[in-house]
Ligand binder design. Structure first.
Ligand SMILES: [Zn+2]
Length: 136
């Protein structure tokens, strides 16, 4: 079972990963072949074995987190600039993965259930992480 990451821990990891990319020339990597700035169905070209799971955003004490989404302004689920609000759908079901080759971070979860199952992936950007509390 992967470690639970709260928003602060997620932000720290994302900043660290981005600092590594900025320290040198950004590392070209097979994981960036398909743009993953917004949610995408996991590209078939993506080699899953090159990713390591480093944490989960699923709260341990809440096995059925909310399906509410946090989408301010003109953003929608697919937007490249949609905020990453860890307490809201789909982030509250995501696991966090690190590319073993380039150390970039990704969020992944499985959309749907039953006959319709789609594995989705999105690149994690520190600037989009927003710790928005759930309504009381
Ligand atoms: Zn990579």
């Amino acid at each position: 079972m992967a470690d639970y990451l709260n928003a602060a821990a997620l932000l720290a990891l994302a900043r660290e990963a981005e600092a590594k990319q900025e320290a040198g020339a950004p590392t070209p990597c097979s994981c960036t072949k398909t743009p993953l700035d917004g949610w995408q169905s996991q590209p078939l070209s993506l080699d899953e074995t090159q990713f390591d799971e480093i944490g989960t955003l699923l709260p341990e004490d809440d096995p059925e987190p909310t399906f509410s989404e946090h989408l301010p302004g003109d953003t929608n689920y697919w937007s490249a600039d949609a905020p990453v609000a860890p307490r809201y759908f789909p982030y509250n079901r995501c696991t966090v993965w690190r590319c073993a080759s380039c150390a970039r971070l990704y969020l992944r979860y499985t959309e749907g259930g039953g006959y319709f199952v789609d594995r989705r992936i999105r690149a994690l950007r520190a600037a989009l992480i927003e710790d928005v509390p759930l309504p009381a």
